[in-house]
Design a protein around this ligand. Structure first.
Ligand code: ADP
Ligand code: ZN
Length: 433
């Protein structure tokens, strides 16, 4: 199912032509409308006339999150505030929130890309979609909301939280699709199981999950627990919100809607482009945004891009799963550890729940690495030997995946906090000293 076939299946050289025209236009536009971008270009001696091909993009300076903070709240708007019809702000997973503004046209583009994303996941105008991302300044709720309306589906604007009611209305309204964070999807699955309502009474067939990194194992767990197909949807506030890209039925990579968001992958150290398929930092340039365009915005997300055609028929570039943000990466005793590695171990071991908390500290100048995990009720035991052997097993597996020995703390079933939005998986006490 393809929403906008002309664009989504456009031959690569045609797409590059379109991107070139749009890149030139947005550089000209920001040079004249955003003093911040003009100053940055002048600093490196560039004028819009210097950007003639797509490859010239590498000559342009980067934009980073700190630039948005320095220009808080409205310093990067390219239009008068009277043209801005909506504001959103990032949830502030890492530091102070940042603010973005949309013109009416920007909202149209956003709805269009979310509609493409929903359609790619098999949602049609005949379906009702339960939006269980938070509504408000966070882009998740309203972003999905407008996309559902655009394809003519029925939106159930639940927002996050109130989990019992989520289950009840999902059941009573016969929601066909669910949109929320993957960690909340797991929690909803768990709650349905406990509710005793037979799964056959739910109409749910598909789900779109994003806003935080998740793994293939987590996908399987969600699909099994909710009896659905689970698709990735990716986005970030700075670029537009959810719907920068999304998965198709093939489930092997997230198609990026590159007619609006031009992606580059750079080596995080040298900031030079890497070859297709090589992992690096994802950088976006918005090609059509009016309110607050972003030129070469460094997302800090680590991933790789593939340009071969997808069996679904789309030519839109495919992005691998986000490994994590470079600033999510923990350096423990000199070893790079991603929370997603811990999650993948938990999900391959049937004895454990997929919920976890990593606590890092420094004791006597040495980093400590504790991982709190929950044993599934059916494997939980009062016998100390059983628990010790489980602990030994997971310690060995975690060490082989992360390269560092964790101190595993097994906690009682249901004692780790369940997430209703973006899960918080790490407490790093070293930063406090
Ligand atoms: P904040 O920056 O405050 O967390 P955002 O909602 O803008 O607020 O978060 C965007 C970030 O969330 C992305 O840069 C990425 O790190 C993460 N993210 C969003 N969608 C996905 C996804 N599908 N897979 C992995 N990470 C994702
Ligand atoms: Zn595809």
């Amino acid at each position: 199912m393809i929403w906008n076939e002309t664009i989504e299946c456009m031959e690569r050289d045609e797409m590059r032509k379109l991107q070139t025209i749009r890149l030139k236009r947005i550089i000209e536009y920001t040079y004249h409308n955003t003093p911040f971008y003009r100053r940055k270009m002048q600093e490196v001696g560039l004028t819009p006339d210097d950007i003639v091909s797509l490859d010239d993009i590498v000559r342009l300076p980067f934009t980073v999150k700190q630039d948005l903070r320095d220009n808080y709240p409205f310093g990067l708007m390219a239009v008068p505030m009277s043209e801005i019809v909506r504001l959103h702000a990032s949830s502030g997973t890492t530091g102070k929130p940042i603010v973005v503004g949309y013109t009416r046209k920007d909202l149209g583009v956003w709805s269009e890309v979310v509609a493409r994303s929903l359609y790619a996941a098999g949602v049609t105008r005949n379906d009702s979609v339960q939006v269980s991302y938070g509504y408000g300044l966070f882009t998740g709720g309203l972003g999905l909301h407008c996309g559902v309306e655009t394809i003519g589906g029925t939106v159930i604007p639940m927002s996050s939280g109130n989990t019992q009611k989520q289950i009840q209305l999902m059941h009573d309204f016969g929601a066909a699709a669910l949109a929320c964070t993957p960690s909340y999807a797991l929690y909803l699955g768990e709650t349905i199981r406990e509710s005793g309502i037979p799964r056959s009474e739910f109409k749910l067939k598909t789900g779109m999950f994003g806003a935080e990194p998740w793994t293939e194992n987590m996908r399987r767990e969600i699909e099994e627990s909710l009896g659905i197909k689970a698709y990735d949807i990716y986005g970030l506030t700075e670029i537009i919100g959810p719907g920068v890209g999304s998965e198709c039925a093939c489930q092997h990579g997230t198609h990026l809607w590159e007619d609006h968001f031009y992606p580059e992958i750079l080596d995080p150290q040298t900031l030079q482009p890497v070859a297709p398929g090589v992992t690096g930092e994802l950088v976006f340039t918005t090609l059509t945004k009016e309110g607050m365009p972003m030129i070469r915005y460094r997302t800090r997300d680590l991933t790789a891009l593939h340009y071969d055609k997808c069996p679904c028929g789309r030519t839109a570039v495919r992005m691998e799963r986000i490994l994590g943000r470079s600033d999510d990466m923990l350096i423990i005793r000199g070893v790079n550890v991603f929370p997603s590695q811990v999650e993948s171990v938990l999900l391959e071991m049937p004895e454990f729940e997929p919920h976890y908390l990593i606590v890092v500290d420094r004791v006597n100048n040495t980093d400590t690495f504790q991982v709190q995990v929950e044993v599934r009720p059916e494997y939980y035991s009062d016998e100390i030997n059983k628990i010790l052997s489980l602990r030994k097993k997971i310690t060995a597996r975690m060490q082989s995946v992360t390269g560092i020995q964790p101190d595993i703390k097994i906690v009682e079933p249901r004692s780790l906090e369940r997430s209703q939005g973006k899960a918080k998986h790490v407490i790093d006490n070293r930063k406090l000293v």
